[in-house]
Design a protein around this ligand. Structure first.
Ligand SMILES: NC(=O)c1ccc[n+]([C@@H]2O[C@H](COP(=O)([O-])OP(=O)(O)OC[C@H]3O[C@@H](n4cnc5c(N)ncnc54)[C@H](OP(=O)(O)O)[C@@H]3O)[C@@H](O)[C@H]2O)c1
Length: 308
């Protein structure tokens, strides 16, 4: 196992008064991040997802730490933009501040499929839904930055983006198809979506520098995302990450670090590997500002009906 240098009390200041939203907070890294962040006493943590009973377990875990943090489960299905819009509207209506939006929910290596709104499944869940949430909550984040000194967006990407489709990075023409044409199809579709998480984060940082956007690669760890894979896919993960695998109790550390790092010690739009290390693993797509801009424009066009 990799040895990491992270200490919650040393690396994350008290979060008194802050409101945090973690997508996919019902399980895996999002749940672990919520439990850990609650120990720094924010006012409120929203965890989103579809699984209410898993959410109740996370809330019970948080309560058992003795924290005063209020924890709220918010139903939000990323395969259905109407549900994402509704969740964002609940937060905007209830909250006068949003200090951290951790865009963490995700699926990996799923068979071909489409979301309810007709997007390639992994792209729709991992990128399009997060983009809608970010865009709907942008004004609240800006207000928080203005009134409280900062607000953060923490998109969770993955170094799996190295497998993004050659020659394209993102195949815009086919994002509303199941994209069944690659040999490593489910992995390339995942890679494409994780590249989008990074590029959208970079573009968000460029367009809205008043918001601190830090992209995190959690590093590989044995959450349900990995342990629920079939044998061959698990082998792909294990063999592709020799020497990188983290203890399952450490997988969330990097995204928790991103909540706490002083804003003048991190660079907006940068990808951080565990823990807090600027990535050296960029492919040329990751740094392609034209691709990032094209993704932003494509996404804006797609979200237009949902932003009214
Ligand atoms: N674990 C790793 O090795 C690793 C490595 C690199 C990057 N990542 C990234 O880290 C993030 C978290 O992964 P994880 O390992 O914690 O996975 P996980 O244990 O499978 O948890 C995934 C979370 O996403 C939510 N989710 C899945 N589909 C959803 C949907 N349609 N709508 C709303 N929420 C949905 C789930 O909530 P519900 O079931 O309640 O909907 C769950 O809370 C992902 O973005 C992943 O790409 C993970």
């Amino acid at each position: 196992m990799v040895k990491l240098d992270f200490n919650l009390e040393r690396d994350v200041p008290e979060l008194t008064g802050k409101v945090i939203l973690i997508t996919g907070g019902t399980n895996g890294l999002g749940a672990a991040a919520a439990v850990m962040l609650a120990r720094r006493n924010p006012a409120k943590i929203y965890i989103t997802g579809r699984n209410e009973s898993a959410a109740q377990h996370v809330i019970a875990d948080i309560k058992s730490t003795g924290t005063q943090t209020e924890t709220v489960w918010l139903r939000c299905d990323h395969a259905n933009l109407a549900s994402v819009k509704e969740a964002a509207e609940v937060v905007s209506a209830k909250e006068s501040r949003l200090d951290v939006l951790m865009a963490n929910a995700g699926v990996m290596a799923r068979p071909p499929g489409l979301t309810n709104d007709g997007y390639e499944l992994q792209f729709g869940i991992n990128h399009v839904a997060h983009a809608l949430l970010i865009r709907k909550l942008l004004r609240l984040l800006q207000k928080t930055a203005k009134e409280h000194g900062e607000a953060r967006v923490i998109p969770i990407s993955s170094l799996a983006f190295v497998l993004a489709p050659r020659g394209h990075g993102i195949v815009f023409d086919d994002l509303k198809t199941t994209q069944e044409y690659w040999i490593l199809g489910k992995w390339q579709r995942y890679a494409q979506s994780k590249l989008a998480n990074l590029l959208y984060g970079r573009e968000l940082a460029r367009r809205y520098p008043e918001i601190v956007t830090l992209v995190a690669d959690p590093g590989p760890s044995n959450t349900g995302l990995v342990s629920n894979l079939g044998f061959l896919d698990k082998m792909i993960v294990y063999l592709g990450n020799i020497g990188r695998f983290l203890d399952v109790d450490q997988g969330h550390w990097n995204q928790v670090w991103a909540v706490g790092v002083p804003k003048d010690q991190a660079k907006g739009g940068e990808l951080y590997e565990p823990v807090g290390k600027p990535s050296q693993a960029y492919t040329h797509w990751c740094l392609d500002s034209n691709l990032a801009e094209r993704l932003w424009d494509w996404t804006e066009e797609e979200l237009r009906p949902w932003l009214t």
